[in-house]
Ligand binder design. Structure first.
Ligand code: SAM
Length: 508
């Protein structure tokens, strides 16, 4: 790989000749890959081919590992069951720094494709509210798919940061701003990023990042936290944006950050050197000098060849408790999360608010839940909400506003006058939550047949035990999707868009 000349100058100036040599040595080797086992799979699933191949833990995130070269984790049926998320290890660090706690209201502002959303959702479980926003409509679709594949409880919006900020002033306990950037940490993974890189792009990204960060800050409650992260190395987009933001936001401070395996942000001396040796744009030199005010240890940077990573920058901010209370949302804006709502920890299960089809959908849901489930996965404080032909379990949030793609967890939908349970509901359940689960042992050939979209047969014993109707297809304790048993055959309801010619060699 040929790094752009301007990038080489910047990297040497900021991180020194040794670091430049290390990144060059790694340039032609394959990028690092990582895997996170979602919380519900941390219990021993010893038979899983993927689990048994994982050796090297990622020190800054629980349940995360380096993915050994050649291991096809995406082909393991447990991946289809939403038990794993493949994510580069340094990309896990921003959520580790944000440390979302169960019960909190969390916003992931620049969320697609969703690695960090799923990571936050895994930490919250059903306790708390997660809003995942993505400004790009196409990428918002990918975000929704990843959320559904992993059974993550989240509201998905496709709004500009400014529009969200108007709806949620001072509302969130924690906000993640994983900002669009010049992508220097993606050079090995996405060679196109090398061609696109130039100093003008760095400067343009810095301007956008500052605007997004300032808008995001308006959505954090007094005393709340905000993480700013990029997958780029240059201080113009990293330390400089942090300092510029602080210079405009008197009620915010940068917090000390300890992330195992990371290097501290650039010191005052290093930034002075960078300003001398990498004069990228007139006017930015002052920003570099100003960034030397960042106290050592208050930002973290992963560099290739330091830890086994591609690279990321992370900074953690806190809004002072004494800062002014939020102003109320303007007329006509989507409704904001009522204060204290999340702590009224009681699922209300009220009828849907849509006056048309929804009461019938809500009744159909109650009938389905009574017949097929032991436990419904609705979090405390959530409501039943109809949007189109689909019924959701919706936490308080921007429901009903344009730009809300998914107001919560899809439960059932009305398709051609038939009530059909949603795939996302299946994945959000555990096998034990269903009254009639078909629990297949890891290695049962019917698992791959099901994932290919084929009808599968129940044994005589299974048919008798399950009785005809909706059944939750499971691998061991993990749910995979819905099937409908009739006369010994299970009709396949695995979503057509997810079906593949699955081939997988089961471990012996
Ligand atoms: N957090 C994501 C993850 O872990 O999968 C990656 C986010 S990516 C680095 C940055 C995202 O910001 C992109 O999806 C991009 O579409 C979005 N974006 C681009 N311009 C934006 C803007 N002006 N405001 C908000 N988001 C923007």
């Amino acid at each position: 790989m040929n790094y752009p000349e301007g990038f080489a100058t910047m990297y040497r100036a900021c991180f020194g000749a040794d670091a430049w040599e290390r990144i060059q040595d790694l340039a032609s080797s394959p990028p690092h890959r990582g895997i996170r086992l979602l919380a519900r799979d941390r219990a021993p699933a010893a038979s899983s081919a993927v689990r048994s191949a994982l050796r090297q833990a990622v020190p800054w995130e629980t349940g995360a590992y380096e993915l050994p070269a050649g291991l096809q984790a995406g082909a393991d049926p447990f991946h289809a069951a939403g038990l794993y998320y493949l994510q580069e290890p340094s990309a896990m660090a921003p959520v580790s720094a944000l440390a979302p706690q169960p019960g909190e209201l969390v916003l992931d502002l620049c969320a697609a494709p969703g690695g960090k959303t799923v990571q936050i959702g895994d930490r919250l479980g059903t306790a708390g509210i997660l809003v995942a926003n993505e400004i790009d409509p196409g990428r918002a679709g990918v975000l929704t798919e990843n959320i559904e594949r992993t059974g993550t409880m989240a509201t998905v919006t496709n709004l500009s940061p400014a529009r969200l900020a108007a709806a949620f002033p001072g509302s969130f306990d924690a906000v993640l701003v994983d900002a669009p950037c010049s992508g220097e940490g993606m050079f090995r993974k996405e060679p196109a990023a090398v061609d696109q890189w130039n100093v003008g792009l760095v400067a343009a990204c810095a301007d956008t990042q500052l605007e997004i960060l300032s808008t995001a800050a308006a959505m954090v409650r007094p005393g709340g936290r905000m993480v700013y992260s990029t997958c780029t190395f240059n201080p113009i987009e990293d330390e400089c944006v942090c300092i510029e933001f602080l210079s405009r936001a008197a009620d915010w401070e940068l917090c000390p950050l300890e992330l195992p395996g990371s290097a501290a942000g650039l010191s005052a001396t290093e930034l002075e050197r960078a300003a001398r040796e990498w004069p990228p744009l007139a006017g930015r030199t002052d920003a570099l000098r100003a960034a030397s005010q960042v106290p050592t240890g208050h930002c973290a940077r992963y560099l290739p060849g330091g830890a086994d990573v591609e690279g990321h920058f992370v900074a953690l901010f806190q809004r002072r408790k004494s800062s002014a209370p939020p102003s109320s949302a303007p007329e006509g804006a989507p409704r904001s999360i009522p204060d204290g709502h999340r702590r009224n920890a009681k699922a209300r299960g009220e009828p849907a608010r849509d006056p048309g089809s929804s009461p019938r959908l809500a009744d159909a849901w109650r009938g389905f839940a009574h017949d097929a489930l032991r436990r419904a996965p609705c979090p405390p404080g959530a409501e039943l909400l109809a949007q189109g032909a689909r019924l959701y379990c919706a936490p308080p949030g921007p429901a009903g506003a344009s730009g809300v793609l998914r107001p919560g967890l899809p439960l059932i939908s009305n398709r051609h006058r038939h009530v059909v349970p949603e795939h996302a509901l299946a994945i959000a359940l555990r096998c034990a939550d269903a009254r009639r689960p078909l629990r297949l042992a890891y290695g049962d050939p019917r698992i791959l047949a099901y994932l290919r979209g084929e009808e599968i047969e129940a044994t005589a014993e299974e048919s008798e035990r399950l009785t005809d109707g909706w059944t939750l297809i499971c691998i061991e304790d993990a749910s995979l999707g819905w099937g409908k048993l009739s006369g010994g055959c299970i009709k396949n309801h695995y979503p057509r868009g997810l079906r593949r010619p699955y081939r997988f060699v089961w471990p012996h």
